[in-house]
Design a protein around this ligand. Structure first.
Ligand code: SF4
Length: 216
């Protein structure tokens, strides 16, 4: 198994053997047959980097913190070598209008193909005014971004079920992604925060097979 990804991972101190072991772990975690680990490694090594847009809504940044601790591969490896993380407010260098422009450009250039990741719940109270980015409510931004997404990953309990913000008396009218979006495939990855390797595992499955893992 060769390729630019393997060379880059090697430069980061991740050996081919470690990468294969990681893929085998992912395959067993997803109840795939043992041979799938090798197939995943080969597909990921050759994968075209899909665009990923990550929207942080009513959240505590814990989900992002958690994925940055994903040990193998490192988040940096995932970002730069396996996916094209085109928008993630917490991690991206751009801010303000520049960040908004990056999101719109990624949505336009990858219409129908990008993976949308959401962490945090979505407040519906006061017409969504409890949480806004660039003067627009979370619910508006979610509906707009979901329209061109191939699939959505609801990262963490807040995005999956409403989480802590939805706890009684739910002052902001918080809801989950699936309460709002009904016409796209959605993977809920609950946990507060979710297990890092589960988050990267779902991304790896998408990179390998071009589809989301089977859901329960
Ligand atoms: S699921 Fe937990 S860690 Fe993630 S945004 Fe919600 S409160 Fe924070």
């Amino acid at each position: 198994m060769q390729g630019p990804l393997i060379d880059t991972l090697a430069r980061q101190g991740i050996t081919r053997r470690t990468f294969l072991k990681y893929c085998a772990t992912l395959a067993s975690m997803m109840a795939l047959p043992p041979a799938a680990g090798r197939a995943m490694a080969e597909a990921m090594a050759a994968a075209r980097r899909p665009s990923v847009i990550w929207l942080p809504f009513q959240e505590c940044t814990g989900c992002t913190e958690s994925i940055t601790r994903s040990h193998s591969p490192t988040l940096e490896g995932m970002i730069f070598d396996m996916i094209s993380l085109d928008y993630q407010e917490t991690l991206m260098a751009a801010a303000g209008h520049q960040a908004e422009e990056a999101r719109h450009a990624a949505m336009k250039d990858n219409a129908g193909k990008y993976l949308l990741v959401v962490d945090g719940s979505i407040p519906l109270g006061l017409d969504g005014a409890y949480s806004c980015i660039g003067g627009r409510s979370n619910v508006d931004i979610l509906k707009e971004a979901a329209e061109g997404a191939a699939a959505i990953i609801a990262m963490g309990s807040c995005a999956s079920y409403g989480g802590i913000p939805k706890a009684n008396p739910n002052p902001t009218g918080a809801v989950s992604v699936s309460d709002i979006i009904k016409d796209k495939p959605i993977v809920n990855i609950p946990g507060c925060p979710p297990i890092p390797v589960v988050m990267t595992g779902v991304l790896a499955h998408y990179l390998t097979f071009g589809s989301l893992p089977e859901l329960d």
